[in-house]
Design a protein around this ligand. Structure first.
Ligand code: BES
Ligand code: ZN
Ligand code: ZN
Length: 490
């Protein structure tokens, strides 16, 4: 979809004019060249109130220059934020994706809503976020998207273009994350994920891929144990974006990348097992975030670490009761081979802090089903050893509508993973708080560095459409961490 900003443009029958209306009833449009009396009349005679993201779709009278008009509710004027505007752009796309409309013309009288360039850019970025689909495996495209372009009317097209370039970098990162998370597990496995990462070299990122031999040398018995039942080789992918001050310790972002989680010998029930292709979403977020940072030339040092393995049952698979030695030297009794994400992260986290001495470390993982029980699809779980970091992450999440909810950690929970025969076991006693025991496990691999764990099992994949990202892979975490980094470390 081609995106443009302009103070005016020639209109066409294949265009849809998108207007906004506040809940108080003012049509937020500036178009003077078009007679909008029929729109005003339609608003009066229907139940349309202008509530946030409410829509009114109208066929334009034949004498009008455009074919359709779509009015999108903006809600209460004092509550309109950059996020609302992104949602408005996304809404327009979701309403028109399957129509005959070729071009969306947005006239929200944006120059009155705030900093004009930012307003126009936000609308366009929202549209771009929503205008994504995963249909590469459909040989017959049922609903070919007709949307070729989007034009936002603004008197400040230059400013809008500048702001949009930044937002668009993030949308591109989000699209990459959604793509890899949506790919089936016979196509996307540790090695092919590594190829995806290597492609980012041309954006100026430094990319290294460690194979099983390299990881054996480093003593990564926890990560390697998870992948030992699979014919796919496990990988540790290291991405570096070092565009900040030379003496700035990096921000480390670590992701769980289990490209398929069958549960291993502690095998999962077949019903719903297909969902476990998205068990690499944490690593997908790392990939998309690093792309976004590079594309917008962020002035910061960030390292992204992706721990990649496939969890499969086989004659060579890890057994419940095995004891493995992690890179940290600590031993782990593997009581349940389905609690594999924490084993992957144990070594990935240790490697990140040991090699890069980060100023702060955040990991993302689809770690526990229990987080869904606690939070539904509304929040991701946040666990941390640091209040300031928790606050920064929560604020960033609120800003971009990727909300986090902090959950407790503590010694009593930690004792629950003590093992009779090793330093720890990989599951608790089963008396509840499954997401917290998983977090306690991770914390045993974190030294004196502010650290947070985001359990995204509840939000990485949406069965009902999300306002900005639609159905399926959400890339939850890319926009959040981009905001977190931009606000606090650039
Ligand atoms: N990948 C799963 C967690 C998960 C569940 C992610 C649902 C996304 C949606 C994880 O590896 C797992 O299997 N966790 C177990 C832990 C248990 C064995 C202690 C779980 O949540 O049941
Ligand atoms: Zn599992
Ligand atoms: Zn898993």
């Amino acid at each position: 979809m081609k995106i443009a900003f302009s103070p005016g443009v020639g209109l066409d029958q294949q265009d849809c004019l998108v207007l906004g209306m506040f809940e108080e009833g003012d049509l937020a449009a500036s178009t003077t060249s078009i007679n909008l009396e029929f729109v005003k009349h339609a608003i009066k005679t229907t139940a349309f109130k202008g509530k946030k993201l409410e829509t009114l779709s109208l066929v334009a009278p034949s004498e009008m220059k455009v074919g359709q008009v779509l009015v999108v509710g903006l809600g209460k004027s004092e509550k309109v934020t950059a996020q609302t505007l992104q949602e408005v752009g996304a809404k327009a796309v979701s309403c028109l994706q399957k129509s005959q409309v070729k071009r969306i013309i947005v006239d929200l009288h944006v120059d009155s809503l705030g900093k004009s360039g930012e307003v126009a850019a936000s609308i366009a970025a929202g549209a771009q976020l929503r205008n994504w689909k995963f249909d590469i495996y459909k040989t017959q495209k049922k609903d070919p998207s007709c949307l070729e372009g989007l034009m936002v009317f603004t008197q400040h097209s230059h400013d809008a273009g500048k702001v949009f370039a930044n937002l668009s970098a993030v949308s591109e990162g989000v699209a990459l994350t959604r793509h890899v998370v949506s790919e089936p597990p016979n196509v996307l496995y540790p090695e092919t994920m590594a190829l995806k990462a290597l492609e980012l070299k041309n954006l100026g990122l430094k990319v290294e891929v460690l194979g099983e031999k390299d990881m054996e040398k480093l003593g990564m018995g926890a990560l390697l144990g998870v992948g030992q039942g699979s014919i796919r080789e496990s990988k540790l992918i290291v991405l570096q974006w070092l565009n900040g001050p030379k003496d700035q310790a990096p921000v480390a972002i670590v992701g769980k990348g289990v490209t398929f989680d069958s549960g291993g010998i502690s095998i999962k029930p077949s019903n719903g097992m297909e969902d476990m292709k998205y068990d690499m979403a944490g690593s997908g977020v790392v990939l998309g975030l690093m792309k976004a940072l590079a594309m917008r030339q962020a002035k910061v040092n960030v390292v992204g670490i992706m721990g990649m393995a496939e969890n499969m049952p086989s004659g060579s698979a890890q057994r419940p009761a095995d004891v493995v030695t992690s890179m940290s030297g600590q031993t782990i009794e593997v009581v349940n081979t389905d609690a594999e994400g924490r084993l992957v992260l144990a070594d990935a986290l240790w490697y990140a802090q040991d090699r890069f001495k980060p100023q702060v470390m955040v990991n993302l993982a689809t770690l526990t089903g229990a987080i869904r029980v606690a939070l539904g699809e509304e929040y991701a779980g946040l666990f941390s050893n640091n209040d300031e970091l928790s606050e920064r992450l929560t604020k960033a999440g609120q800003t971009v509508q990727e909300p986090l909810w902090r959950l407790p950690m503590g010694e009593a929970y930690d004792r629950d993973i003590d093992s009779e025969i090793a330093d720890m076991k990989n599951v608790g006693s089963g008396r509840g708080a499954g997401s917290t025991t998983a977090a306690q496990f991770l914390q045993r691999f974190v030294n004196n560095v502010p650290w947070a764990h985001l359990d995204i099992a509840s939000v990485a994949w949406q069965k009902k459409a999300h306002s900005l990202t639609g159905k399926g892979a959400t890339a939850f975490g890319v926009r959040l961490l981009n905001e977190f980094i931009e606000r606090n470390y650039e």
